[in-house]
Design a protein. Sequence first.
Length: 211
Amino acid sequence: MQMKTVIGLLALAWLALPAHAAYIEAAKVINIQDDYSILPVEVYVGDTVSLSVQLHNKGMVNMAKDLKAELVLPAEFEGLDVESSLDNIRPNITQTVLFKFRIREDALPGVYSLNIRINYKSMNVVAENVEKEVVEDIKTITIPVNKARKNLELKVEPVVLLPGRKVDVKFTLSNTSNNVLSNINLSPPWEQASRPRSRSWWPLTPTSRRA
């Protein structure tokens, strides 16, 4: 009789194992998505950039709680808003974290690598007796940076000067940037160079700074 009781208890325990195992999964459930977005779409030296990153909970029973996200930038970038936090991301839910940074004026054009670091507590929402685990993860993304835009366009009329003739020359400046430009100075290139140049044609070089 005792043997039958023991066998019966073992059978019940064995039958209960699959149900309990269904509530257990790996602690790492947050996936940093590849389809991040940046604004502006084309990044130039001197731009302020907004970065949007999606975090997806691929788990079935584990919730990511007290999630912290940090954007680690190269030296050529200046962080404006590089930390973000979320209370939780429940299973099969996607949420977004936002960052903001600026490309320094002295940055060289090229492709730069940025690291997104996250850490959170992985908590089983079904089996309360399962301990919380702290999970850390990192993902590297790349952002291409183009050379600086031309802030000014210069047009000169007429474009041909005949020998021995005096003519009035018209200069037209157009602001092609999204910023107000001030302290604009027009100077011929021979005044900026230490060596003499040929003066068969003297194009004026516009210089300016942002307000």
